[in-house]
Ligand binder design. Structure first.
Ligand SMILES: CCc1cc(N2CCCCCC2)n2ncc(-c3ccc(F)cc3)c2n1
Length: 245
């Protein structure tokens, strides 16, 4: 999907995280606090995606992965799902020129085949129009589920073993990496979840094995660039051990 190799990081480069992943939670609660319909929370959440994207790009972050729609979100009321499915087109209709101007590359992870055609067209246009950009990689997780992603990888490897194309002893962590939707994206050094929930909710389950986790009570629409800067500052102070002493 992205076409280039994963780059391993050395300690000396870890000043700024290369990859930040965010579970953008609290949009419905935000709307409720404002006595507005839930969809208003999603709209304000989308506006905050623009603010945080601009800031991540200005900081020099290389990858920003945002959990926009999970495989579990289909169970929401149909009217809410229909509204959510319009957001990519709305977002890109107003923000794509700025993304291009800022050399941002748009990408996705997830099973996009299940999305409405109008959603897929809007996303595909943005991916195509930014495919040669070399700045921030803005990756939207759409109809994404970490367990589905792992099951898909396990099935592919099992078929390869069944067909005699793979020795089970040759299944390594690198091989699992290679079979995931994030195969050309480095694992996130930071994983952030807003709105006071302390769960990964099926997001980047394999990839976040060594991520520094950051939780905040702040609702996503109110998550500021200043709070992101504070988390990055905390990240810089945390000693990352990868299981060692
Ligand atoms: C398809 C569901 C959805 C929900 C959503 N929300 C609602 C949930 C979380 C808060 C943010 C606002 N956003 N915000 C941007 C996008 C978007 C997706 C792809 C793309 F190429 C460009 C923008 C988006 N997509």
């Amino acid at each position: 999907m992205f076409g280039w190799k994963k780059q391993k990081r050395t300690d000396s480069e870890k000043e700024l995280p290369e990859h930040i992943a965010i579970i953008m939670d609290g949009n419905g609660r935000y709307a409720k606090q404002k006595n507005k319909p839930r969809v208003n929370g999603h709209y304000e959440g989308m506006q905050n995606v623009k603010r945080i994207t601009r800031h991540a790009s200005d900081l020099g972050i290389k990858y920003l992965t945002l959990y926009a729609f999970s495989t579990e979100n289909w169970s929401r009321p149909k009217s809410e799902v229909n509204y959510l499915m319009k957001l990519p087109g709305d977002f890109l209709g107003t923000f794509l020129p700025e993304l291009i101007e800022k050399n941002v590359r748009v990408g996705t992870i997830g099973n996009l085949d299940a999305l409405p055609i109008h959603t897929r067209k809007a996303v595909k246009q943005a991916v195509d129009k930014t495919s040669r950009n070399t700045g921030l990689n803005l990756i939207f997780a759409l109809n994404y589920g970490g367990r589905d992603e792992l099951i898909q990888a396990f099935r592919t490897m099992a078929h390869d073993v069944e067909n005699g194309n793979l020795d089970p002893e040759d299944i390594t962590a690198e091989m699992v990496d290679h079979h995931l939707m994030t195969c050309t994206i480095p694992d996130p050094e930071m994983l952030i979840r807003t709105s006071g929930e302390y769960r990964l909710s099926n997001f980047l389950l394999w990839q976040s094995s060594y991520s520094e986790l950051f939780f905040t009570e702040t609702l996503w629409p109110e998550f500021t660039t200043e709070e992101l800067d504070q988390m990055i500052s905390q990240y810089r102070k945390r000693e990352r051990r990868f299981g060692g002493l």
